[in-house]
Design a protein around this ligand. Structure first.
Ligand SMILES: Cc1cc2nc3c(=O)[nH]c(=O)nc-3n(C[C@H](O)[C@H](O)[C@H](O)COP(=O)(O)O)c2cc1C
Length: 371
């Protein structure tokens, strides 16, 4: 069974089930000599942690990350970095009733059909908890990128029917409220809506927008490993993400060429675009502009309203899911989106270093100089 490893040079594998002993990640290919502290990684995990607001599950996890290897005296060694987060609040009894019944909107049915059995405790490997490993690994990638002046910020562009106008991108405001919305008025309306849904035992979806700033031109490899193709795979691999678009995305399909093309101009001796319908990539390579992409997140599948389903024996049943669930996945997935974007960009950046012979020559002549 494959599928738990992502990346070519900056390679991340995640491990662990929701109610097993631990979850985590192994990062292979991180350059040696990067200053990396446990607290830096912890700050990212703290943004994903459940139980922090009335909009997230009451599951109380400290989500304390430990660095098991790959770092010595505060610096990366260039060896695999193993990051582990113990599972502490594992109330598996919440899930024993779900052993033989398929929760609508979850992976239970497909796991049973595929393997004949599954870890039924909280979705096992398909749980949102798996993303803790991604966030830990993403923090390592972010440390590489921030040292190069590259910034990655995501926020909620919409929650249920409430959408923040395109020109509002205030990530600081988004960090101030528990829904991650960059506008205080829209936050107030959306919060009321989510409270009502929670009260009714229902859930909502939303759209996460992510902006990657400070990239040079040319990151991304033609043809299959285009920057937008890689980002799309990384983001679509997050549970509950059902759509990905870059730049104008689906809107580009209904605009005219004269509207959708971004004219080039010269600014301080540099070729730049006058607009950014492309979303920061052309031909699968970063075009020097901000990369702007959006991920559509479905409503939390675990709802406490009665739903029709079947058991593993083929009996039709009604299911009422108890346990502890978020009425909205978006707020906790924001940092997961940032993490997957960071992992992708770090990988593309390292790959780009060997794409031109002149770069290879420069690297080796520098090394020779050291002899
Ligand atoms: C950060 C995060 C938290 C999640 N929390 C929950 C949750 O509390 N309850 C739930 O039913 N689904 C949750 N999910 C979504 C499920 O894991 C996901 O919908 C399910 O595995 C089915 O996969 P699919 O939606 O990609 O098809 C979460 C996902 C993420 C990324």
């Amino acid at each position: 069974m494959a599928g738990s490893v992502y990346g070519t040079l900056f390679k991340v594998s995640t491990f662990g089930e929701s109610h097993g002993a631990a979850v985590g990640a192994v990062v292979d290919g991180c350059p040696a000599g990067l200053m990396l502290e446990r607290e830096y990684i912890q700050a990212f995990l703290d943004r994903r942690r459940p139980g922090q607001s009335r909009f997230t599950t009451a599951r109380k996890e400290a989500d304390r990350v430990e660095i098991l290897s790959g770092v010595f005296e505060g610096k990366t060694l260039g060896t695999p970095i193993a990051l582990i987060i113990q599972n502490e609040d594992q109330r598996s009894s919440d899930y024993s009733e779900l052993k033989d019944i398929y929760r609508p909107g979850h992976a239970d049915f497909c796991f049973d059909e595929k393997y004949g059995f599954r870890d039924y405790r909280g979705g096992g490997r398909s749980s949102g908890r798996e993303t803790a490993g991604r966030v830990a690994a993403g923090a390592v990638a972010m440390k590489i990128l921030s040292g190069l002046g590259i910034g990655i910020n995501a926020f909620a562009r919409s929650v249920g029917p409430f959408t923040v106008p395109q020109e509002i991108t205030d990530t600081e405001e988004a960090r101030r409220n528990p829904l991650g919305i960059p506008d205080p008025h829209i936050y107030a309306e959306a919060a009321k809506y989510i409270e009502e849904l929670k009260e009714a035992g229902d859930s909502a979806g939303g759209i996460i927008e992510c902006r990657i700033e400070g990239l040079p031109v040319g990151l991304g490899e033609t043809v299959f490993d285009k920057m937008d193709a890689e980002l799309s795979k990384a983001i679509m691999s997050i549970g509950a993400v059902k759509g990905f678009e870059i730049g104008d995305g689906f809107r580009a399909a209904v605009s005219k060429g004269s509207e959708n093309n971004d004219p080039f101009t010269m600014e301080k001796g540099k070729t730049v675009k006058k607009s950014n319908h492309s979303g920061g990539t052309l031909g699968g390579m970063s075009d020097g502009d901000t990369i702007v992409f959006r991920a559509a997140v479905k409503p939390t599948p675990s709802i406490s309203l009665p739903q029709k389903t079947v058991t593993s024996k083929g009996e039709e049943r009604e299911i009422v899911i108890k346990g502890r669930h978020d009425p909205l996945i978006v707020p906790r997935a924001i940092v997961v989106v940032e993490a997957m974007a960071a992992i992708t960009v770090a990988d593309m950046l390292l790959r780009n270093m060997s794409s031109g012979y002149e770069d290879v020559k420069e690297h080796y002549s520098r090394n020779k100089g050291k002899e």
